[in-house]
Every structure is written in C-alpha cells, then in structure tokens.
Design a protein. Structure first.
Length: 476
C-alpha cells in the first residue's frame, strides 16, 4: 500500500510540470521506469547473456558457439545451400560468421544488416613466448587493442587459443577457466618500493608494454643438467598436456584473457560486470534479435574481428568476406543484381557499445549529449575524434527512420557523444559498411570502464538494446 502511495506522489509531481514544458522539452527517462513490467524478461536475457560470456572468449570460440546456434536454428552452411535455401551461414577463417535469412523477394530490395565485432581486449603471446628470468618462467606478451596497461596488472589471466604442431594438426588450448586450473598473472610493484618517483609516474609509464609479461611457472625441473630448469618445467608441462614443443608456439594463436566470471553489480543486481562486454554484448543481442524476429525483409547478421585494432586484415570488416558471400548467394539464386547493389539498398546498424556516464568522471562528458547507464539503448549519430575526424556520420533522414522505429516499439533510447569535444574519440565498423552507400548508424548499450578487465553494463540497457535490434529487423 505504501508503495502505491509513493508511486502516486511521483506521478503527481510529474504532472506538476507545465503544459508547455511537457509539450516542448525533451526529457531523458529512466529505462527502468519505462520497462518495469518487463523486468523479468530483462533478468532472463541478462542471465542467458552471462552464460554466453562466461563460456566464450576468443573469436574462434565465439564462432563455434554461433555455428552451433545457427545449425540448431536451421541455418545451412553456404557450401550446402541450394537456390531455395532461406537460412544460410558462412564462416571466414574461423573468426567471422555471417548469417542470412532470405525471403522470396529479390535481394536487390536490400536487407536489414546488423554488424558487430567479436574481438576483445587481451594480451597475445608473442611468437617466441617463453623466457626464463630466474626464479620465473615468463610468458612474453604483446597487448591487443587500446588498453590502460595498469588495469591488467594483478589480474588473473586465462590462456585461450590454438596451436598448430609440426604436422599441421590443430590443438585447442584453454588453461585457467576452471576453478582448479592455474591462472597467469602480471604482478605489479608493491607500494612500499614505489618511492616519490614511482608515485609521480604518468599512467602510461606505470608499466611499459614490453614489460607486460606474465608469470608462467616457478618450480625448477628435477634434471639439474638443464640450464633453464623453470623453462623446462613449463615446456614439459605443455608437452605432457598438448604434445607440443617450444617451436610450435610460432604457429599458434594464444592469448591471455581476464579469468573473471561475470557478476551482478549493486545491491539491486542492476548491472552486469564482466570482461569484454565490448562487443560480445552487441554480438550476442544481434544474434538473439535475428533468431527471435519476424520479418518480411531479408535479415543479415555479421560478426567481424580486429575492430579493436582498426578493422585491418582478412577477418576484419575491411575484408571482402561480406561482399563475396552476397555475390555467391546472388549466383546461387540466379538473380540479376550485384552484391554492391544489394548492399547499397540495405539498412544497417553498427552494433557497438558506447561510453556510459560515470559521475566520478563527469568532466569528460557533455551533460546534454551523453549516455547514462539505465536510460536505454544509445544511438550515436557519429563517432570519430577532434573535428569528427574518421567518424561515420549517419544522415538525419536515417536517424528519423530509426527514431520512428524506436518510438513505435516503445523502446527507451538515448543519444550522446562518446565524450566531450576534443576529449578523445573512438570508432566502429560503421564507416566501412558506409562505403557501400547503405544507411548506417551506431547503436548499442552504454558501458562503464570499457576496455578494462571488468566492464559494467546496465541490465535494462541490455534488454532495451535487444528490443531495438529486434525492432530494426522487423520494421516494415
Ligand atoms: Mn566495440
Ligand atoms: Mn572497443
């Protein structure tokens, strides 16, 4: 009863706003208020998402997951597709996947595309990744993507990846995810020895990139004739487990990821903390939206790699994979169009997270153009840095279409810039898809502590983002 009275009071207060104010002013509203009746569904989606991120970290693992889900939902490998196959998937170098759901309409009418990236911040093992620095065997690392290096110190790290042995056989590696498995760590200096000089260090100098090496082993092997006995322990253990030698690391892709499981954050369980929401969250939600939406339009979902290093290489958005697959499907269906034509006539979302407002760092943001956790999915018209350099800027016509879509489906949404003008900047895959002349805009949930080993996202923003992606596929 008391709760109701309180609710009433809030409503009364709201009604106190003048008619003119209500008519003319734009008011940002809490998504928790807007979607209160759907909280159970938001919690369920949050739990499903956590299950995904706790189990799939590397691009290859994520692609394996997507392939499994695609097959389960009736998608057919493009190699086995025939002219009447409606649901097709294609995989590129084990690190990209594309899912397409066709209709009877010609492809030339264009598609609804959601593109996101599945690569995340991590520490890659170098090609020669081990050296002994007594009393340790050290794992020699090269960080991947834009990190604050000190974030990664004293953080438990798990090894994920593949090794190809001398015979070219692929060996999957995962060490450190199970409770009883060891982890690796880059240890930091104790505060006692920091000294005045250490305390005054710039953040970028707390640890140098080259010094970001992790402890891999500490017990010397029994055989005293061996010069580097700790290195021998490490190699012997890897050999026992995976049947590999030191030279096999040269044909491997191994990385250290935070060995941290997702947790709920806040006494109300309102947020999810985990490594690499960016951008497993948009990828996961895009796939869920694709599978759960009814559409008269052809739908496409694309998961790319290497976004965090500028979308370069044969598994990135810059590769011809997307165009080649569309071309293949056109040929398969004997349609008279081109991939470029199909892509030009498509509408797309660059599904990517953005920065969330953090009151501790309020001075980094423009209060009237920022995204607040808990206020819904964020639409970012443009990205870039400085005078909008290297940003993709969506046309107002398209933003208008997006706005109508969100409002029709009653989805709480907000808009903002990554930060203050000249504060820094960032980019996504939007500008690369924009080259095809399609309509495209960035859309995703705001995230706190992005690129750290424990990023934070609001559960209601996760849910609003799912609803927005679904509405995008479904809009007529
Ligand atoms: Mn991202
Ligand atoms: Mn990122």
């Amino acid at each position: 009863m008391i709760l109701l009275a309180k609710d009433k009071k809030v409503n009364e207060q709201k009604d106190e706003r003048s008619k003119l104010e209500k008519e003319l002013f734009y008011e940002k509203k809490s998504a928790w208020d807007a979607l209160r009746e759907e909280k159970k569904m938001a919690d369920k989606l949050g739990n499903d998402y956590r299950e995904f991120i706790d189990n799939y970290k590397s691009e290859r693992e994520i692609i394996d997951y997507a392939q499994k889900i695609a097959k389960k939902n009736g998608f057919v490998d493009i190699k086995d597709a025939n002219p009447s196959t409606k649901k097709i998937y294609a995989i590129n170098h084990s690190k990209n996947i594309l899912l397409i759901e066709l209709t009877n309409s010609p492809l030339e009418e264009g598609m609804r595309i959601i593109g996101s990236h599945i690569d995340s911040l991590r520490l890659d093992l170098k090609m020669s990744p081990v050296y002994e620095a007594n009393p340790f065997l050290m794992i020699n690392l090269h960080y991947y993507g834009g990190i604050k290096k000190y974030h990664w110190l004293n953080t438990p790290l798990a090894m994920h990846g593949v090794i190809f042995n001398k015979k070219g056989e692929k060996i999957n590696v995962t060490i450190g995810e199970k409770e009883d498995e060891p982890v690796f760590v880059i240890s930091d200096l104790l505060p006692h020895l920091e000294g005045a000089e250490g305390r005054e260090k710039l953040a970028k100098d707390i640890i140098k990139g080259e010094d970001m090496d992790a402890i891999g082993a500490t017990i010397p092997i029994e055989d005293k004739k061996i010069k580097e006995r700790i290195k021998a322990t490490f190699l012997k253990t890897m050999n026992d487990e995976y049947n590999i030698t030191e030279h096999d690391f040269t044909s491997a892709e191994l990385s250290l990821y935070p060995a941290i499981k997702s947790r709920e954050v806040g006494i109300d369980y309102g947020m999810i903390g985990a490594p690499a929401h960016d951008d497993r969250i948009c990828s996961y939600l895009g796939l869920e939206a694709m599978l759960k939406s009814e559409s008269k339009k052809a739908k496409l979902l694309l998961w790319t790699d290497k976004e965090e290093i500028g979308s370069v290489g044969n598994t990135s958005m810059e590769s011809m994979f997307l165009e080649n697959i569309i071309e293949k499907i056109i040929t398969l269906r004997k349609e008279k169009t081109t991939a470029k034509e199909v892509l030009q006539n498509s509408k797309a979302l660059s599904a990517d997270v953005t920065s969330g407002f953090d009151p501790k760092f309020a001075d980094k943001m423009d209060p009237t153009n920022m995204n607040k956790p808990g206020f819904g999915v964020a639409v970012e018209k443009y990205t870039g840095a400085g005078g909008k350099s290297y940003g993709s800027d969506a046309n107002a016509e398209y933003i208008s279409w997006i706005r109508e879509m969100l409002e029709e489906a009653k989805i709480p949404w907000q808009h903002g810039e990554l930060g203050k003008v000249d504060q820094g900047g960032g980019g996504t895959i939007a500008y690369i898809l924009a080259k095809y002349n399609m309509d495209i805009v960035d859309m995703g949930p705001p995230v706190l502590a992005m690129h750290s080993p424990f990023e934070l996202v609001s559960k209601i923003d996760l849910y609003a983002t799912f609803k927005a992606y679904k509405a995008f596929y479904e809009k007529k």
